[in-house]
Design a protein around this ligand. Sequence first.
Ligand code: NDP
Length: 297
Amino acid sequence: MTATVIDGKAFAAKVRGQVAKGVAKLQEEQGIIPGLAVVLVGEDPASQVYVRSKGKMTAEVGMKSIEHKLDVQTSEADLLALIDQLNNDPAVHGILVQLPLPDHLDSDLVINSIDPAKDVDGFHISNVGLLGTGQKSMVPCTPLGSLMMLRDHHGSLSGMNAVVIGRSNIVGKPMAQLLLGDSCTVTIAHSRTQDLEAVVRQADIVVAAVGRPQMVTGNWIKPGATVIDVGINRIDKPDGGTRLVGDCDYESCAAVAGAITPVPGGVGPMTIACLLANTLTACCRANGLAEPEGLTV
Ligand code: NDP
């Protein structure tokens, strides 16, 4: 079997197109422009790249992009004061604090100081609780993008066996909640799981969010299963330089799976698209307007 490739790049472009339409409608009919504020503390090179690309795509869909770049030495009090200001700014509908934060800052405290209604990353404890109890929330972007691709490919996920490898708060746990919400039978695997291969072999849907290059190989995959590869790992190429790979060994998994997301070009582009979708959703909710369809759960 050769797997269908789930093209996250094309899907993300479609989602951004839907967001841009929603933004244009808001502006035309209500005179409202959604605003996304991104706060970056320090000069971590990877974070700088993410923030630049978020700013560019925010502007491309017609939203207002507000960037706050703070010195690495910024005190917790100053960061909390900025978040308070953004919480109270009616032109800001989404707030994202780029993680990881420097060690002297308490990430949980900082994230939980964001107004939950503006928490477009979906990491605030209130949003975690709302998602866990099946209530309307802001949904973390990477799991949301993964779910959108699964729904698009399968239609209903009801009754499917899903194995999520990884139990982080930002990917694994919310992914498992979303799959449960769609009536999958969900197993969450992690570094202490015994006989991981056998666990994965039961899955109709495998979501790999581990951070270990090419760990999942084709012989772990049930024939015809759908593989969502969240991992982003940089490895050395034999002839010098580096390349990006996922947590799944693409060639061997694609030979057995029914469908698979590539790396790059799978889950990655969906993450930023869903950040924009969440900002539009937050803006509509803040203004008591109907949410655009298909952009959240
Ligand atoms: P974390 O490091 O927070 O979590 C990794 C999880 O994998 C942990 O739960 C850990 O288990 C588990 N794990 C580690 N080793 C093994 C193993 N040998 N067998 C089974 N489970 C294992 O990572 P994140 O969730 O933040 O990210 C995961 C991957 O997804 C990374 O590659 C990251 O770069 C990528 N990512 C991609 C995004 C995108 O936009 N595409 C966005 C966010 C992340 P335990 O809890 O027991 O330690």
